[in-house]
Ligand binder design. Structure first.
Ligand SMILES: *[C@@H]1O[C@H](CO)[C@@H](O)[C@H](O)[C@H]1NC(C)=O
Ligand SMILES: *[C@@H]1O[C@H](CO)[C@@H](O)[C@H](O)[C@H]1NC(C)=O
Ligand SMILES: *[C@@H]1O[C@H](CO)[C@@H](O)[C@H](O)[C@H]1NC(C)=O
Ligand SMILES: *[C@@H]1O[C@H](CO)[C@@H](O)[C@H](O)[C@H]1NC(C)=O
Ligand SMILES: *[C@@H]1O[C@H](CO)[C@@H](O)[C@H](O)[C@H]1NC(C)=O
Length: 493
């Protein structure tokens, strides 16, 4: 039987520390769970724990005792079942080397069957009886100390210490005799109490093992599409402080087919756990290198290319429309359809600032003429585009919306003579505003997945920009059927 003071000692064992840093140079996504978040997780853990304990059947208890005036009684208690558990108060405390969860003042209701046989020199054949009883357990204390460690890129959850202590127990017999009641109280109470304690301790071990198996089964890499995967390996050990638990994952995009050279970041990678003064359960911070890695992966895979063969003003994609502006074009390819090939010429430069994410993209815009099944490039423009991207939370994804800031263009080469660039610019402007940006915004809408656990996701999220990090502060909530409904996000900085 674990003494009550055990849990008090557990508290003292862990000297709280304050503040924290992100000490791992290749962790580009960091997650900080605040006390509020831990409280939420603890309540969830207790709820799951109770679910697993209810209907738990404890082993049979058998005992014999000499009962005065009755004889030698052999009593068997069976079907001892925990029917219900109520938790009055619980707490979670973070120390340097573990997370302590304590449940105090819990009560439990049990039911059981009893059966006895009595034999004495008076009645050598023996008499027997059976019936049911209910048990109320009060003042139950449960405590456990958990530890999280990085084990080859995965989180390893271990149970450092645990215990369960039954404070008080009362038995109510249905039928039976007065002596049986007294016998149960005198000789069996202790047995029932330790059976409950062992049963619950066993369930704690089982539950933590299950949770650990769940963590072990989490992938180290998540495939995004046929081109890119996300490296979600944990980096370094979780950092425990008295107000938060911080974890870091690599978080970079990689080619599904190749391993990228590991990157690490410059000084100034510290990420704070503050959420602009708001009490949020969790803060997820993404370093700008995550976006840079995405840019590099998609560029190297040749995915930053868009063929435009439809425009709101379709006539622009026929040489006839250009016969007065670019007569050579019409002369060589009369009434032919055209196509525009927009292709990034270098990986887009992406930077997180203090108010948004800035992107500078250099693209080659090639004008193709389609003649008798052939695609003939006739001119190429080099276009530099500056855009800003604001980030929002859509469901459980971090998604973006791009706004065009400015662009400049010059002619790279032409087979159809000199082009009047200001006329071409209006075509590019139209293409950017009506085709390219809407297309990119559709792509970005699905976004970058934020981690979810089980069916729990983000709620009431805010986005914070803090160069070179962009952070999402959020509360966790159960994701219901309307998961895909767009959540309104608010902005703060
Ligand atoms: C954490 O520790 C620091 C200093 O040790 C203290 O100032 C702060 O109040 C503590 N926070 C909590 C939530 O206990
Ligand atoms: C629950 O805890 C509160 C405060 O600690 C106490 O006043 C109350 O009596 C407890 N209730 C039960 C059912 O133990
Ligand atoms: C994923 O990240 C971990 C930790 O930074 C690193 O050791 C590993 O090599 C990365 N894996 C790939 C495929 O890049
Ligand atoms: C589009 O242009 C890029 C370079 O400007 C070229 O590599 C690519 O093959 C072109 N794509 C098509 C379908 O013409
Ligand atoms: C856009 O404008 C800014 C400031 O006026 C300038 O620094 C930047 O180079 C421009 N970008 C392009 C692509 O012209």
């Amino acid at each position: 039987m674990a003494p009550f003071n055990l849990f008090f000692l557990l508290y003292l064992l862990f000297i709280p520390t304050s503040g924290y840093v992100q000490p791992y140079e290749d962790g580009f996504v960091s997650g900080v769970i605040s006390n509020k978040g831990l409280d939420f997780a603890k309540d969830l853990l207790i709820e799951k724990g109770i679910e697993s304990i209810v209907l738990l059947k404890l082993p049979e208890i058998e005992n014999s005792a000499q009962v005065s005036l009755v004889g030698k009684a052999k009593v068997v208690l069976s079907d001892i079942t925990i029917k219900d558990v109520q938790v009055n108060s619980s707490s979670v405390v973070i120390g340097e080397s573990g997370i302590v969860v304590v449940v105090s003042g819990a009560t439990a209701d049990l039911s059981m069957k009893w059966k006895y046989t009595v034999s004495s020199w008076l009645i050598p054949i023996g008499i027997s009886d059976s019936g049911t009883a209910s048990i109320k357990v009060k003042g139950m204390q449960v405590g456990l100390t958990l530890n999280l460690k990085n084990q080859e890129g995965r989180l390893k959850l271990s149970l450092l210490d645990h215990g369960c202590y039954v404070g008080d127990l009362s038995i109510k017999l249905d039928g039976g005799a007065a002596w049986l009641y007294q016998l149960l109280v005198d000789a069996f109470e202790e047995n029932i109490a330790s059976s409950v304690e062992e049963g619950i301790s066993g369930k704690i071990k089982e539950g933590i093992t299950k949770l650990d198996n769940f963590l072990q089964a989490l992938p180290k890499q998540i495939s995004i599409d046929e081109t890119a995967a996300l490296n979600v390996s944990f980096v370094g050990n979780p950092v425990l402080s008295n107000s938060s638990v911080a974890v870091a994952i690599n978080g970079l995009f990689t080619r599904t087919s190749e391993i990228l050279v590991p990157q690490s970041y410059k000084k100034g990678y510290k990420v704070s756990s503050a959420c602009g003064g708001l009490p949020k359960m969790i803060k997820v911070s993404i370093h700008e290198n995550v976006f840079k890695s995405a840019s590099l992966v998609y560029f190297n895979a040749g995915k930053m290319q868009l063929i435009i063969d439809e425009l709101p003003d379709q006539a622009l994609l026929n040489t006839a429309e250009w016969r007065f502006i670019v007569p050579q074009l019409y002369k060589r390819y009369p009434n032919d359809n055209m196509q525009i090939n927009v292709s990034a010429s270098s990986p887009p430069v992406i930077q997180v600032s203090y108010q948004d994410i800035g992107a500078t993209v250099s693209v080659d815009v090639t004008i193709n003429v389609l003649e008798s099944g052939e695609t003939i490039p006739v001119a190429c423009l080099s276009v530099d585009v500056s855009a800003s991207c604001s980030v929002e939370i859509l469901g459980n994804n971090i998604a973006g919306r791009i706004r065009l800031q400015n662009f400049s263009a010059y002619l790279k080469w032409s087979k159809i003579g000199k082009l009047r660039i200001h006329l071409i610019q209006s075509l590019i402007s139209s293409a950017l505003k009506t085709v390219v940006l809407p297309y990119l915004n559709r792509q970005l809408k699905s976004g970058y997945p934020l981690p979810t656990i089980d069916d729990y996701g983000f709620q009431n999220s805010i986005v914070l920009y803090n160069y070179p990090w962009i952070s999402v502060c959020s509360d966790a909530s159960f994701i219901e059927e309307d998961y895909y409904l767009v959540q309104q996000s608010t902005y703060a900085s």
